[in-house]
Design a protein around this ligand. Structure first.
Ligand SMILES: C[S@@+](CC[C@H](N)C(=O)[O-])C[C@H]1O[C@@H](n2cnc3c(N)ncnc32)[C@H](O)[C@@H]1O
Length: 247
């Protein structure tokens, strides 16, 4: 199975449990929505990528009247978001946001909350998305940055192993992917009862696929790393926001 199919499968299986564990995604959606709403939008054509169960959609769609295309790679996620709205509010469909099959210059605004860290070729994906924008159009998305999950990576490193966390971009490398983009970083730290609760929350939201070619850690190493995290345990997330206007 291709990696993108594995990603889609995990998220597809998680739509029912997602909102019980997606505090970070809800917070990031709120702050991204505030940023998007700073601009008055005149009936734009909007593309949302990786809608999940519709956290960002529900904050933006009612407040930006326009032509909306709301998408995800996981069918149950698209369905969960579709269920929040009337059939005529938007078009909902499956779409790989890293390689969207949309005409060039067909969208005025692209928004996405915490989906793009799953793109295999982030730089290539951003260029595809840039092509879809009309001149003056805007891309506003959040994704996880390199500093994310540092406590878990450190705990696993202390056992002499490497965590399976995928490699996320730094703010600087992200800014270098699209000339003249603005990238800001925000750190959010969440507290979990213990490391098992943290790891279960990744499963519950569908974000449990490790980096490519990563071999699972032996159970004894996992147990040791979880002990090293302590109780309660803190896990930090670096949320990068990319804001780019097409010249
Ligand atoms: C962590 S969830 C975020 C969902 C939602 N934006 C939110 O804030 O709650 C990531 C979502 O991105 C989707 N996703 C991952 N890779 C994608 C891709 N290449 N194209 C479109 N969606 C993708 C997943 O299926 C999942 O629904």
């Amino acid at each position: 199975m291709k990696r993108i199919e594995q990603i889609a499968q995990r998220f597809d299986q998680a739509s029912a449990t997602y909102e019980g564990a997606a505090e970070l995604q809800w917070r990031a959606a709120q702050s991204l929505a505030c940023k998007v709403l700073e601009t008055p939008w005149e009936h734009p054509k909007v593309l949302e990528i990786g809608c999940g169960t519709g956290y960002l959609t529900q904050l933006l769609l009612p407040r930006i009247p326009g032509q909306w295309l709301v998408t995800d790679i996981a069918p149950s996620m698209v369905q969960a978001t579709r269920n929040r709205f009337s059939a005529s509010a938007a078009q909902f469909r499956l779409l790989d946001g890293s390689n969207p099959d949309l005409p060039a210059q067909s969208v005025d605004l692209i928004v996405s909350n915490l989906a793009a860290q799953w793109f295999e070729d982030l730089r290539g994906a951003l260029h595809h998305l840039a092509c879809c924008l009309t001149p003056g159009g805007r891309l506003l998305l959040t994704l996880l940055g390199r500093e994310s999950l540092s406590q878990w990576r450190a705990a696993v490193a202390d056992t002499g192993h490497q965590a399976g966390t995928p490699t996320f971009p730094t703010a600087q490398s992200l800014a270098g992917m699209l000339p003249q983009s603005r990238v800001s970083a925000q750190c959010v730290t969440l507290s979990y009862h213990n490391a098992r609760v943290y790891l279960n929350s990744l499963k519950a939201i569908g974000a449990s696929l490790p980096a490519p070619d990563y071999a699972p850690l032996p159970a004894s190493v996992m147990r040791r790393a979880m002990q090293l995290m302590g109780e309660p345990c803190a896990v930090s997330y670096e949320i990068l926001t990319l804001d780019w206007v097409k010249p």
